[in-house]
Design a protein around this ligand. Structure first.
Ligand code: PMP
Length: 305
Protein backbone atom coordinates (compact mmCIF):
# COMPACT_ATOMS: atom_id res chain seq x y z
CA UNK A 1 0.00 0.00 0.00
CA UNK A 2 1.13 3.51 -0.77
CA UNK A 3 1.47 5.86 2.14
CA UNK A 4 -0.30 9.13 1.38
CA UNK A 5 1.76 12.29 1.55
CA UNK A 6 0.51 15.83 2.07
CA UNK A 7 1.14 17.34 -1.37
CA UNK A 8 1.64 16.48 -5.03
CA UNK A 9 2.71 18.63 -7.97
CA UNK A 10 0.07 19.25 -10.64
CA UNK A 11 0.46 21.47 -13.72
CA UNK A 12 2.96 23.83 -12.11
CA UNK A 13 1.86 24.02 -8.48
CA UNK A 14 2.09 21.99 -5.30
CA UNK A 15 -1.45 21.09 -4.25
CA UNK A 16 -2.99 18.89 -1.58
CA UNK A 17 -2.80 15.11 -2.12
CA UNK A 18 -6.61 15.00 -2.28
CA UNK A 19 -6.63 17.36 -5.26
CA UNK A 20 -5.04 14.73 -7.49
CA UNK A 21 -8.30 13.94 -9.29
CA UNK A 22 -9.33 13.90 -12.94
CA UNK A 23 -12.58 13.65 -14.90
CA UNK A 24 -13.69 10.21 -16.16
CA UNK A 25 -13.36 11.45 -19.74
CA UNK A 26 -9.59 11.84 -19.28
CA UNK A 27 -8.17 10.52 -22.56
CA UNK A 28 -5.22 8.65 -21.04
CA UNK A 29 -7.56 6.73 -18.76
CA UNK A 30 -9.27 5.23 -21.82
CA UNK A 31 -6.41 4.67 -24.26
CA UNK A 32 -3.22 4.60 -22.18
CA UNK A 33 -1.76 7.38 -24.25
CA UNK A 34 0.49 9.03 -21.72
CA UNK A 35 4.01 8.68 -20.32
CA UNK A 36 5.40 7.93 -16.89
CA UNK A 37 8.67 7.81 -15.03
CA UNK A 38 9.75 5.97 -11.92
CA UNK A 39 12.51 7.67 -9.93
CA UNK A 40 13.91 7.19 -6.45
CA UNK A 41 15.47 9.31 -3.78
CA UNK A 42 17.69 7.73 -1.15
CA UNK A 43 18.66 8.72 2.33
CA UNK A 44 22.37 9.48 2.14
CA UNK A 45 25.03 7.94 4.33
CA UNK A 46 26.29 11.43 5.19
CA UNK A 47 22.78 12.64 6.07
CA UNK A 48 20.06 14.22 3.96
CA UNK A 49 18.66 12.68 0.77
CA UNK A 50 19.47 12.67 -2.94
CA UNK A 51 17.65 11.67 -6.13
CA UNK A 52 19.37 8.98 -8.19
CA UNK A 53 20.01 9.88 -11.84
CA UNK A 54 17.26 12.49 -11.98
CA UNK A 55 18.47 14.08 -15.23
CA UNK A 56 18.46 10.77 -17.07
CA UNK A 57 14.93 9.93 -15.92
CA UNK A 58 13.59 13.33 -16.94
CA UNK A 59 15.37 13.06 -20.29
CA UNK A 60 13.61 9.72 -20.84
CA UNK A 61 10.26 11.25 -19.82
CA UNK A 62 10.63 13.90 -22.53
CA UNK A 63 11.75 11.27 -25.05
CA UNK A 64 8.76 9.06 -24.16
CA UNK A 65 6.37 11.99 -24.57
CA UNK A 66 7.94 12.88 -27.91
CA UNK A 67 7.53 9.30 -29.14
CA UNK A 68 3.81 9.68 -28.37
CA UNK A 69 3.55 13.12 -30.04
CA UNK A 70 2.84 14.67 -26.64
CA UNK A 71 4.22 18.10 -25.97
CA UNK A 72 5.02 18.61 -22.30
CA UNK A 73 4.01 22.19 -21.46
CA UNK A 74 7.03 22.68 -19.15
CA UNK A 75 10.78 22.59 -19.67
CA UNK A 76 13.03 19.92 -18.25
CA UNK A 77 14.39 22.11 -15.46
CA UNK A 78 10.84 22.77 -14.23
CA UNK A 79 9.99 19.06 -14.08
CA UNK A 80 13.30 18.29 -12.33
CA UNK A 81 12.52 21.02 -9.81
CA UNK A 82 9.00 19.64 -9.36
CA UNK A 83 10.58 16.28 -8.38
CA UNK A 84 13.07 17.67 -5.89
CA UNK A 85 10.51 20.04 -4.38
CA UNK A 86 7.83 17.35 -4.10
CA UNK A 87 10.15 15.12 -2.06
CA UNK A 88 11.29 18.04 0.08
CA UNK A 89 7.77 19.45 0.60
CA UNK A 90 6.67 16.10 1.97
CA UNK A 91 9.69 15.72 4.23
CA UNK A 92 10.73 12.44 2.58
CA UNK A 93 14.15 10.79 2.23
CA UNK A 94 13.70 7.23 0.89
CA UNK A 95 11.01 7.94 -1.67
CA UNK A 96 9.56 6.91 -5.01
CA UNK A 97 8.78 9.70 -7.47
CA UNK A 98 6.22 9.18 -10.22
CA UNK A 99 5.95 11.86 -12.93
CA UNK A 100 2.90 11.33 -15.15
CA UNK A 101 2.26 13.08 -18.46
CA UNK A 102 -1.35 12.59 -19.49
CA UNK A 103 -3.92 13.72 -22.00
CA UNK A 104 -6.91 15.40 -20.38
CA UNK A 105 -10.54 15.73 -21.55
CA UNK A 106 -13.16 16.12 -22.92
CA UNK A 107 -12.44 14.79 -26.43
CA UNK A 108 -12.61 11.02 -26.53
CA UNK A 109 -11.61 10.64 -30.19
CA UNK A 110 -8.06 9.56 -31.06
CA UNK A 111 -7.20 13.18 -31.90
CA UNK A 112 -5.49 13.55 -28.54
CA UNK A 113 -4.12 16.97 -29.53
CA UNK A 114 -7.60 18.41 -29.03
CA UNK A 115 -7.06 17.95 -25.30
CA UNK A 116 -4.59 19.64 -23.01
CA UNK A 117 -1.46 17.75 -21.94
CA UNK A 118 -1.17 17.77 -18.18
CA UNK A 119 1.70 16.81 -15.88
CA UNK A 120 1.66 15.46 -12.34
CA UNK A 121 4.48 14.45 -10.01
CA UNK A 122 3.54 12.17 -7.13
CA UNK A 123 5.89 11.04 -4.43
CA UNK A 124 5.57 8.70 -1.47
CA UNK A 125 7.81 6.80 0.96
CA UNK A 126 9.62 3.84 -0.59
CA UNK A 127 12.28 1.72 1.01
CA UNK A 128 12.58 -1.07 -1.53
CA UNK A 129 13.58 -4.56 -0.48
CA UNK A 130 15.21 -5.38 2.85
CA UNK A 131 18.62 -7.12 2.86
CA UNK A 132 16.75 -10.39 3.28
CA UNK A 133 14.42 -9.62 0.36
CA UNK A 134 17.38 -8.75 -1.85
CA UNK A 135 18.94 -12.10 -0.98
CA UNK A 136 15.76 -14.15 -1.41
CA UNK A 137 14.85 -12.54 -4.72
CA UNK A 138 12.04 -13.96 -6.81
CA UNK A 139 10.84 -16.92 -8.82
CA UNK A 140 9.96 -16.40 -12.47
CA UNK A 141 8.49 -18.02 -15.54
CA UNK A 142 8.50 -17.16 -19.22
CA UNK A 143 5.29 -15.39 -20.13
CA UNK A 144 2.84 -16.65 -22.71
CA UNK A 145 2.50 -12.99 -23.75
CA UNK A 146 4.96 -12.20 -26.52
CA UNK A 147 6.70 -8.85 -26.91
CA UNK A 148 6.39 -7.78 -30.55
CA UNK A 149 9.83 -7.37 -32.09
CA UNK A 150 8.59 -4.87 -34.65
CA UNK A 151 7.78 -2.54 -31.76
CA UNK A 152 11.33 -2.56 -30.33
CA UNK A 153 11.65 1.18 -30.88
CA UNK A 154 8.18 1.94 -29.48
CA UNK A 155 9.09 0.06 -26.29
CA UNK A 156 11.91 2.55 -25.72
CA UNK A 157 9.17 4.93 -24.58
CA UNK A 158 7.75 4.43 -21.11
CA UNK A 159 4.11 4.76 -22.14
CA UNK A 160 1.17 4.05 -19.87
CA UNK A 161 -0.45 1.70 -22.41
CA UNK A 162 2.58 -0.62 -22.53
CA UNK A 163 1.75 -1.66 -19.01
CA UNK A 164 -1.47 -3.44 -19.99
CA UNK A 165 0.76 -6.27 -21.29
CA UNK A 166 2.94 -6.12 -18.15
CA UNK A 167 0.01 -6.30 -15.76
CA UNK A 168 -1.55 -9.18 -17.74
CA UNK A 169 1.73 -11.14 -17.79
CA UNK A 170 2.35 -10.42 -14.11
CA UNK A 171 -1.15 -11.51 -13.17
CA UNK A 172 -0.82 -14.71 -15.24
CA UNK A 173 2.51 -15.55 -13.57
CA UNK A 174 1.18 -14.92 -10.06
CA UNK A 175 -1.84 -17.11 -10.72
CA UNK A 176 0.49 -19.90 -11.82
CA UNK A 177 2.49 -19.61 -8.58
CA UNK A 178 5.45 -17.55 -9.81
CA UNK A 179 6.40 -14.11 -8.59
CA UNK A 180 7.58 -12.60 -11.88
CA UNK A 181 7.34 -13.16 -15.65
CA UNK A 182 9.96 -12.74 -18.36
CA UNK A 183 8.91 -11.64 -21.83
CA UNK A 184 10.28 -13.35 -24.94
CA UNK A 185 9.75 -11.94 -28.43
CA UNK A 186 8.69 -13.75 -31.62
CA UNK A 187 12.30 -14.92 -32.12
CA UNK A 188 12.19 -16.58 -28.72
CA UNK A 189 14.75 -14.09 -27.45
CA UNK A 190 14.59 -12.70 -23.94
CA UNK A 191 13.42 -9.07 -23.60
CA UNK A 192 12.80 -8.09 -19.99
CA UNK A 193 10.51 -8.76 -17.05
CA UNK A 194 7.17 -7.04 -16.61
CA UNK A 195 8.82 -3.98 -15.05
CA UNK A 196 12.59 -4.59 -14.98
CA UNK A 197 15.48 -5.34 -17.28
CA UNK A 198 17.10 -8.75 -17.05
CA UNK A 199 20.72 -9.91 -16.81
CA UNK A 200 22.24 -13.41 -16.97
CA UNK A 201 25.58 -14.43 -15.50
CA UNK A 202 27.79 -17.37 -16.44
CA UNK A 203 30.96 -17.53 -14.37
CA UNK A 204 32.04 -13.89 -14.34
CA UNK A 205 30.49 -13.00 -17.71
CA UNK A 206 27.46 -10.78 -17.57
CA UNK A 207 24.97 -10.23 -20.39
CA UNK A 208 21.73 -8.33 -20.93
CA UNK A 209 19.47 -8.12 -24.02
CA UNK A 210 20.45 -5.40 -26.51
CA UNK A 211 18.56 -2.25 -27.53
CA UNK A 212 17.38 -3.99 -30.72
CA UNK A 213 15.00 -6.12 -28.62
CA UNK A 214 11.72 -4.78 -27.23
CA UNK A 215 13.11 -3.44 -23.97
CA UNK A 216 13.01 -0.23 -22.04
CA UNK A 217 16.49 1.27 -21.79
CA UNK A 218 16.54 1.14 -18.01
CA UNK A 219 18.51 3.60 -15.99
CA UNK A 220 19.40 0.85 -13.52
CA UNK A 221 20.48 -1.32 -16.48
CA UNK A 222 22.84 1.44 -17.65
CA UNK A 223 24.15 1.96 -14.11
CA UNK A 224 24.72 -1.77 -13.61
CA UNK A 225 26.56 -2.12 -16.95
CA UNK A 226 28.85 0.72 -15.93
CA UNK A 227 29.40 -0.55 -12.38
CA UNK A 228 30.04 -4.10 -13.65
CA UNK A 229 32.73 -2.89 -16.05
CA UNK A 230 34.26 -0.69 -13.33
CA UNK A 231 34.43 -3.78 -11.11
CA UNK A 232 36.31 -5.61 -13.86
CA UNK A 233 33.55 -7.89 -15.14
CA UNK A 234 32.90 -8.40 -18.81
CA UNK A 235 29.38 -7.08 -19.36
CA UNK A 236 27.78 -7.38 -22.80
CA UNK A 237 24.58 -6.26 -24.49
CA UNK A 238 23.62 -9.19 -26.69
CA UNK A 239 20.84 -11.62 -27.50
CA UNK A 240 19.92 -14.11 -24.80
CA UNK A 241 17.85 -17.22 -25.47
CA UNK A 242 15.45 -18.99 -23.17
CA UNK A 243 17.87 -21.94 -23.07
CA UNK A 244 20.72 -19.70 -21.93
CA UNK A 245 18.60 -18.53 -19.01
CA UNK A 246 17.95 -22.10 -17.96
CA UNK A 247 21.71 -22.80 -17.99
CA UNK A 248 22.78 -19.56 -16.27
CA UNK A 249 24.66 -19.45 -12.97
CA UNK A 250 22.82 -16.32 -11.90
CA UNK A 251 19.95 -14.23 -13.23
CA UNK A 252 18.92 -10.90 -11.84
CA UNK A 253 16.56 -8.08 -12.76
CA UNK A 254 17.24 -4.36 -12.54
CA UNK A 255 14.79 -1.53 -12.00
CA UNK A 256 14.42 1.66 -10.03
CA UNK A 257 11.76 0.34 -7.68
CA UNK A 258 13.31 -3.02 -6.82
CA UNK A 259 17.02 -2.39 -7.48
CA UNK A 260 19.02 -5.51 -8.33
CA UNK A 261 16.94 -8.56 -7.55
CA UNK A 262 18.04 -12.16 -8.12
CA UNK A 263 15.72 -14.59 -9.84
CA UNK A 264 16.49 -17.70 -7.84
CA UNK A 265 14.02 -20.09 -9.46
CA UNK A 266 13.06 -20.14 -13.11
CA UNK A 267 10.29 -22.38 -14.43
CA UNK A 268 10.43 -24.44 -11.25
CA UNK A 269 14.18 -25.09 -11.44
CA UNK A 270 16.87 -23.47 -9.29
CA UNK A 271 18.99 -20.91 -11.16
CA UNK A 272 22.58 -22.13 -10.73
CA UNK A 273 22.87 -23.47 -7.20
CA UNK A 274 19.68 -21.64 -6.25
CA UNK A 275 21.56 -19.37 -3.83
CA UNK A 276 22.27 -15.65 -4.18
CA UNK A 277 25.27 -15.59 -6.56
CA UNK A 278 28.57 -13.76 -5.97
CA UNK A 279 28.27 -11.51 -9.03
CA UNK A 280 24.73 -10.42 -8.15
CA UNK A 281 25.84 -9.74 -4.57
CA UNK A 282 28.86 -7.67 -5.67
CA UNK A 283 26.67 -5.59 -7.98
CA UNK A 284 23.99 -5.14 -5.31
CA UNK A 285 26.60 -3.82 -2.88
CA UNK A 286 28.20 -1.43 -5.35
CA UNK A 287 24.80 -0.17 -6.55
CA UNK A 288 23.60 0.48 -2.97
CA UNK A 289 26.86 2.36 -2.26
CA UNK A 290 26.30 4.51 -5.35
CA UNK A 291 22.67 5.29 -4.48
CA UNK A 292 23.37 6.02 -0.82
CA UNK A 293 26.29 8.37 -1.49
CA UNK A 294 28.98 6.00 -0.26
CA UNK A 295 30.93 5.97 -3.52
CA UNK A 296 32.87 8.95 -4.81
CA UNK A 297 33.01 7.46 -8.28
CA UNK A 298 29.23 7.70 -8.74
CA UNK A 299 28.50 10.89 -6.86
CA UNK A 300 27.76 12.53 -10.20
CA UNK A 301 24.59 10.38 -10.34
CA UNK A 302 23.09 12.06 -7.28
CA UNK A 303 21.03 15.25 -7.05
CA UNK A 304 21.11 16.31 -3.40
CA UNK A 305 17.86 17.63 -1.97
N1 PMP B 1 11.57 -2.30 -18.13
C1 PMP B 1 10.31 -1.89 -17.85
C2 PMP B 1 9.19 -2.39 -18.66
C3 PMP B 1 10.10 -1.01 -16.78
O1 PMP B 1 8.86 -0.60 -16.50
C4 PMP B 1 11.18 -0.57 -16.01
C5 PMP B 1 10.97 0.35 -14.85
N2 PMP B 1 10.97 1.70 -15.24
C6 PMP B 1 12.47 -1.04 -16.35
C7 PMP B 1 12.61 -1.89 -17.41
C8 PMP B 1 13.67 -0.59 -15.57
O2 PMP B 1 13.94 0.74 -15.82
P1 PMP B 1 14.68 1.67 -14.77
O3 PMP B 1 15.94 0.95 -14.39
O4 PMP B 1 14.93 2.92 -15.50
O5 PMP B 1 13.78 1.81 -13.60
Amino acid sequence: MIQETSTLWLDGAHVGWGEGNVHLLTHTLHYGFGAIEGIRSYRQARGGAAIFRLDRHIERLFASAKAAFLEIPFDRATIERACTEAVRENGLEDAYIRPLVFVSEPNIVFSHWLNRVRVAVLTFPWKGYSDRGREEGTSATFSSYVRPKALAQFYKAKLCGHYALSVAAYSEARRAGYEQALFLDEDGMVCESTGENVFVVKGEQIATPPAARSILMGTTRASVLEIARDLGYRAEERDISRAECLEADEIFTTGTASGILPIRRLEGRPVGTGALGPVTLALQRAYAAAAEGRSELYERWLTPL
